[in-house]
Design a protein around this ligand. Structure first.
Ligand code: DGL
Length: 305
């Protein structure tokens, strides 16, 4: 893809990101170029769900070092107030700033919906990417003027973040949002198929199905929902396309780094550091499923924000 890709495709998101990228260029002029490029990308989520985004980032950016922070002590964010979510997200970002990151990826949909602008201010002049704009882009790419159903947490739905992001890219789109809080617990528990998962997904989607509303696209607007993709697709049926933001976010990150002159020049495989605010054993057990590889408790560093 040409470098213009993210400027055009993410035009709704690039006001702040574009400013930040130019800030980075000025900032880099004062820094050793190699040192700036070698810094890790910081990825933040309320827990382990953002490891789905890490998985996509590793595929898109195999030479980048990643440092992931999961705020497991305060999960879930999705049922909390905007004030608390913002405070938690800012504290997590301070911790990642201390690790010397060159880019922040907010992998949590809820934190992206609530706190993205505050985090951009905090990280200035370095760039910050959320997952809502890329998720909206993935939805709009399925067809202009489409009917979109967003499944997300209570806080994300309350703020209408996906609604606004999709409408900004396609004014003719029809967007409905549905809070499906219990799906977070289902995914954490590993109950992602079979009768229980199907029953709970059906309970959430039944009103939609009963109203004969057949969306063109279902957006998995929560880090945990990609694990339930098959069940959701089965319940919604028809020709509905199911999208999530992980791969679009990773692609966006690749373009932001390239535009800012911050892509790692190394040809060595990138490293992954995993930080959490609580529960290394649970993090490794549950997080391994999201990352798609086995983790040991000793792989996780417990930190205090
Ligand atoms: N990471 C959150 C999100 O993507 C889901 C879990 C939570 O509620 O903290 O919205």
């Amino acid at each position: 893809m040409p470098r213009l890709f993210h400027r055009l495709a993410f035009s709704g998101a690039t006001g702040a990101t574009g400013d930040a990228v130019h800030g980075v260029l000025r900032h880099n002029a004062r820094m050793n170029d190699h040192e700036a490029r070698s810094r890790p990308i910081g990825v933040f989520d309320s827990g382990v769900g953002g490891l789905t985004v890490v998985k996509a980032l590793r595929e898109a950016l195999p030479h980048e070092d990643l440092v992931y922070l999961g705020d497991t002590a305060r999960l879930p964010y999705g049922t909390k107030s905007a004030v608390s979510i913002s405070r938690y997200a800012c504290q997590a970002t301070v911790h990642l700033q201390k690790q010397g990151i060159k880019l922040l990826v907010v992998a949590c949909n809820t934190a992206s919906a609530v706190a993205l602008e505050a985090l951009r201010q905090q990280m200035r002049p370095l760039p910050v990417i959320g997952v809502v704009e890329p998720g909206a882009k993935a939805a709009v790419a399925t067809g202009l003027g489409g009917a979109h159903l967003v499944l997300a947490t209570e806080a994300t739905v309350r703020l209408g973040a996906y609604h606004d992001a999709i409408k900004a890219q396609d004014a003719g789109a029809d967007v409905r949002e549905l809070a499906c809080e219990l799906l977070v617990s289902l995914a954490e528990e590993g109950w992602t198929d079979g009768a229980i998962a199907t029953g709970i997904v059906t309970r959430y989607l039944q009103p939609i199905v009963d109203a004969s509303y057949q969306p063109d696209c279902v957006i998995l607007g929560c880090t945990h929902f990609p694990l339930l993709r098959e069940v959701i697709a089965g319940v919604i049926g028809g020709g509905t396309v199911v999208v999530d933001s992980a791969s679009t976010t990773a692609e966006f990150a690749r373009h932001v780094l390239a535009d800012a002159g911050l892509a790692n020049a190394s040809s060595a495989a990138g490293s992954l550091r995993l930080l959490a605010t609580d529960g290394a054993t649970r993090f490794s057990r549950v997080g391994g499923r999201f990352l798609g590889e086995r983790l040991a408790a000793s792989d996780i560093e417990i930190v205090d924000l």
